[in-house]
Design a protein around this ligand. Structure first.
Ligand code: NYM
Length: 215
């Protein structure tokens, strides 16, 4: 029912540590949803194509230094600058598959020691996901996967802290998939989770904003 303005699109978020397999699963999901005749798009945060995104990219590749609070707010600003487009797409029936969202923002910054409530605050009011899928992998296993790149945060010790922070973020609504399974099994579980969400995208209710109480 692509482009059908009668029903809104679903906002599907994929979260997980670096090297947990989010990117391959999102592109597979996109192909799958398009194959079913849906209007769907695959997005990722940070979106490095904007001015803010370029500042983030430069920070991640160690070309610039920024205060931890400053970079946190830039990651958030990078989502806010895409908000109206995100909402337009959802309202006009496009399913958005988003590789990382507010939860990455909070998990990575609070892993540095920033206060978790302070980290959540700038995310309040962004569209709330209909489904959050967490690709669960032990930091040690992720590190074995072809090694990390040279970007900031891609270190085992830090990823352990991020894993711990993700633990305190997720609630019962998250779909947690063991990311150490064979790739076909991960895909099967992801498809099942999408099945649940599919009904939701047929509904005409507007999406909710992330509320103050989000975990
Ligand atoms: N990251 C990503 C954050 O620290 N905060 C955020 O809000 C987001 C969206 O950026 N290590 C971190 C997680 C990743 C890094 O992401 C770049 P990717 O998915 O490797 O492009």
């Amino acid at each position: 029912n692509g482009g059908n303005s009668e029903s809104r699109g679903a906002l599907i978020v994929l979260e997980g540590l670096d090297r947990s397999g989010k990117t391959s699963q999102s592109s597979r999901l996109l192909t799958y949803l398009e194959g079913l005749g849906h209007s769907a798009e695959s997005w990722r945060f940070p979106d490095r194509s904007t001015n803010v995104g370029q500042m983030i990219s430069s920070y991640l590749s160690n070309k610039s230094q920024l205060d931890d609070h400053t970079i946190h707010l830039l990651f958030s600003a990078n989502r806010w600058e895409k908000r109206s487009l995100m909402e337009t797409k959802l309202k006009t029936g496009t399913i958005l598959i988003v590789d990382r969202y507010s939860y990455s923002g909070v998990a990575f910054s609070s892993a540095k020691g920033l206060d978790i409530e302070w980290c959540k605050a700038p995310e309040i009011g962004l569209p709330a996901p209909d489904l959050v899928v967490f690709l669960d992998i032990q930091p040690e296993k992720a590190a074995e996967r072809g090694g990390y790149g040279a970007e900031r945060y891609e270190q085992l010790e830090f990823q352990r802290k991020v894993a711990h922070c993700y633990q305190s973020l997720h609630d019962a609504s998250w779909k947690i998939i063991d990311a150490c399974q064979p790739i076909e099994d991960i895909w099967k579980h992801l498809q099942e989770s999408i099945g649940l969400c599919h009904d939701m995208s047929e509904r005409q209710t507007p999406f909710l904003p992330l509320a103050k109480c989000w975990r």
